[in-house]
Design a protein around this ligand. Structure first.
Ligand code: SF4
Length: 340
């Protein structure tokens, strides 16, 4: 009997080029709300609308809003008295709120409700005279805002040295809290080290690392384990984006890179690469991911398989000051916005 090539079953080709697309990825509910808040404020009040710090940590989003008339400032003292000022999704300390009030600014607080939740935890534990060990990255805006709720009670834990130098007054009154966008695994390792030093260390009342950060890490873990190369779309100052690159490498990806735009991808990354994993940080619009997929398709990686690890349906309503203003003017108060 002779073999008939026409009837042979095709075997999967292990070297075929393909893309594993992580899901969930990209915009979270807090980012979506903050960006829409600035867009609606621009529509309602007209330009300029001032925004303290980057509304979310993404170059493309910031540049797009600047083109529409948003002005990003580092501190409130440069904002003209009486102007409209939006606080970013990362949150602000009470000192910043007071500075804005002193300048008679019309403020809209776009702090993500999940960041506000951590602020409330700090207030509560500080009122009960706890020492609060806040795990996070020094200099990150969210950490500055959260610690600013009770600077006398909060100590930042960012690396081994800060664990060694932390000082606790009463071992029965010590709790750890965290920035919302950290690596889940790395944070738990830090907690283990803290607990070796302070066995009575209390846990937060609920997870501080937010659902979006956790979901994107779970998805990239699965993608990273089967990828030769992982590309994460997002900006360098986006904490959750940088964590996705680290998590992909820990999961087994042979290489992982962060890019703001498809134009930053380098051909040299593709030597011996069959499977490319793709994801994006929580502040990244999907159009930037589409551009990366187009780049990959043009290089033979047109076969895209979605790796879905969770469905998300979280939505936050617009900041209450803005809703009140829009309602009084008979305008749409939903957190939906047409984007060109
Ligand atoms: S990453 Fe999490 S905490 Fe940050 S804005 Fe999004 S939902 Fe809120």
């Amino acid at each position: 009997m002779t073999a008939n090539n026409n009837t042979q079953t095709a075997l999967p080709n292990p070297t075929a080029k393909k893309v594993l697309l992580a899901s969930p990825r990209g915009y979270c509910a807090g980012v979506d709300r903050a960006v829409i808040a600035v867009e609606k404020a621009l529509d309602h009040y007209g330009a300029p609308v001032y925004v303290r710090k980057e509304i979310v940590h993404n170059k493309h989003v910031v540049t797009s809003l600047e083109k529409r008339g948003a002005i990003f400032v580092d501190e409130v003292d440069v904002v003209p008295e009486g102007s409209v000022l939006v606080f970013s999704a990362h949150g602000v300390s009470p000192a910043v709120v007071a500075a804005a009030q002193a300048r008679n600014l019309n403020t809209i607080d776009a702090t993500c409700p999940l960041v506000t939740k951590v602020h409330r935890e700090v207030q509560r534990f500080a009122n009960e005279d706890y020492d609060i060990l806040l795990i996070g990255h020094e200099g990150h805006e969210e950490v500055e805002g959260t610690a600013g709720e009770a600077p006398d009670h909060v100590q930042l834990i960012d690396g081994a040295e800060s664990i060694a130098t932390a000082k606790i007054r009463d071992p029965k009154k010590v709790v750890w809290l965290s920035q919302t966008t950290l690596s889940v695994d790395e944070t738990m390792q830090t907690v283990l080290k803290l607990r070796e030093k302070y066995p009575t260390l209390q846990n937060p009342p609920s997870d501080d690392i937010c659902y979006a950060t956790q979901n994107r890490q779970v998805a990239i873990k699965k993608v990273g384990a089967s990828s030769d190369l992982v590309i994460v779309v997002g900006s360098a100052n986006s904490s959750n984006t940088v964590r996705l690159v680290e998590v992909a490498l820990e999961a087994g990806a042979k290489a992982a890179y962060r890019v703001d735009f498809a134009s930053e991808i380098q051909d040299a990354w593709f030597a011996d690469v069959s499977t490319v994993g793709v994801s994006s940080g929580a502040s990244v619009p999907e159009e930037l991911v589409d551009e990366v997929l187009e780049y990959l398709a043009n290089r033979g990686y047109g076969d895209v398989e979605t790796v879905l690890t969770a469905e998300e349906d979280v939505q936050f309503s617009l900041p209450k000051e803005l809703r009140k203003e829009l309602k009084a003017a008979g305008e749409d108060t939903s957190n939906k916005q047409k984007r060109n």
